[in-house]
Design a protein around this ligand. Structure first.
Ligand SMILES: [Zn+2]
Length: 410
């Protein structure tokens, strides 16, 4: 006879995300999966004799960091741009810093591992990581780390870059997920090629999108800071087409290239229009917001309310230390609430959990406390949280209170 390992986890508050908050709630976990959720009284009578663990605080699903660059974890000394700096000044600074970087491989890996341990300790269950380097060490799951979804990122602004990228991609195992960098650094045909491979292997195509307003000028007329940047680096040829004013923005551009579907994750989306958001929603494409990075680079704030109105629940990401002084999803929630005071806190919490799970196609495991999901429950507590008397006050504190004093996995 197969015996099931079953336990009941009870807490003062349970935030399932996908359904209303349960006060004095319980979650039943059997063999690593959630099998039931409800009011404690009800659950205890339904599962008599089952071991119960009682937690004093709040249970919620693990947070999902839907955009990061782990390989940049040692770059904690990049200065924020000054008012006269452009977006490409920051990119040039980052590239110069990376090309003259003497940090040893061991030190760089130590910074990545420290960040992963901290992400796990803070309540992050899964990190989506985009990088230019294949860090083989990240392929093995380690105790005390979140799960990692890695994507190897390719650029190619000219014919030479396009050919080099294709050659490198052709040599990869199908299990290695790849992605494109941005519409100003990766030519249209290479983006289509990468998306085609993502479709073939059912992988997420995550791409920086409409992060700065200079992107629109580049798409319209092939002029501006991105053109200057590529010319200065001798990477300019006729790879990028001039779209003219009839292209309404980056999302529209992606749609013309056939890049939008439910496995496309557009990161940032600061400079996007309402019709573009409606188009993204129609295609089922996802969005990841990085409010901390946007604030650091002073590129503006994403039109989150318009995204919600279009029917899109964005995900949240931290980006890396190269554009964010703190890699902390609790702070991202705080900043989003600060940037958008009218945004309901429940929606912000849903972005940090369910939004990320949907965007990365892991909602069968994570993002909500529902039967069938993995039984990895996050328990949080703090003096301020313990004082909350209503679900509304509690969720507001969860979203605006920053990283809780206590976070643990149950
Ligand atoms: Zn990024």
């Amino acid at each position: 006879m197969i015996t099931r390992v079953m336990k009941i986890v009870s807490s003062r508050w349970v935030l399932p995300i996908s359904r209303p908050v349960i006060e004095d709630g319980s979650v039943v976990v059997a063999d690593g999966r959630i099998v039931d959720i409800g009011e404690r009284r009800e659950i205890l009578s339904k599962y008599p004799g089952t071991d119960e663990f009682r937690c004093p605080g709040t249970l919620l699903p693990g947070l999902i960091n839907a955009h990061s660059h782990l390989e940049l974890s040692h770059l904690r000394d990049i200065a924020a741009p000054l008012p006269h700096h452009t977006f490409t000044d920051w990119i040039a600074g980052l590239l110069a810093r990376r090309s003259t970087d003497h940090t040893s491989r061991e030190e760089r890996l130590a910074a990545v591992f420290a960040l992963l341990r901290d992400q796990h300790a803070s309540g992050v269950v899964l990190v989506a990581d985009t990088g230019n380097e294949y860090l083989v060490e990240l392929g093995k799951a380690a105790e005390g780390w979140p799960e990692i979804r890695r994507m190897l990122e390719y650029l190619g602004p000219d014919r030479q870059g396009d050919e080099a990228a294709r050659l490198a991609i052709e040599g990869l195992d199908g299990l290695v997920a790849i992605t494109g960098h941005a519409p100003y650094s990766t030519g249209p045909e290479l983006l289509q090629y990468i998306k085609g491979r993502c479709r073939q292997f059912k992988q997420i195509f995550s791409i920086h999108t409409a992060e700065s307003n200079a992107e629109l000028q580049f798409l319209h007329s092939r002029t501006g800071i991105f053109r200057d940047f590529l010319e200065k680096r001798n990477r300019w040829d006729d790879t990028f087409a001039c779209l003219g004013e009839n292209c309404s923005g980056t999302i529209d551009y992606y749609d013309r290239l056939g890049l939008l579907d439910d496995r496309t994750l557009m990161v940032h989306c600061v400079h996007v229009s309402v019709p573009e958001l409606q188009l993204a929603a129609e295609r089922g494409a996802h969005i990841c917001l990085c409010p901390g990075s946007n604030r650091f680079l002073k590129v503006g704030t994403a039109p989150v309310t318009h995204m919600i109105e279009a029917g899109i629940l964005p995900a949240l990401g931290t980006d890396s230390y190269a554009s964010n002084p703190s890699i902390d999803l609790w702070r991202e929630m705080q900043l989003l609430a600060d940037d958008h005071p009218d945004l309901p806190p429940e929606q912000i919490l849903a972005m940090a959990t369910l939004g990320g799970a949907q965007a990365l196609h892991v909602e069968q495991d994570y993002g909500s406390i529902e039967p069938g999901r993995k039984g990895r429950l996050l328990h949080i507590s703090s003096p301020a949280l313990l004082q909350c008397r209503t679900a509304t006050a509690l969720i507001r504190e969860v979203v605006t209170g920053g990283r809780p004093v206590e976070t643990s996995w149950v």
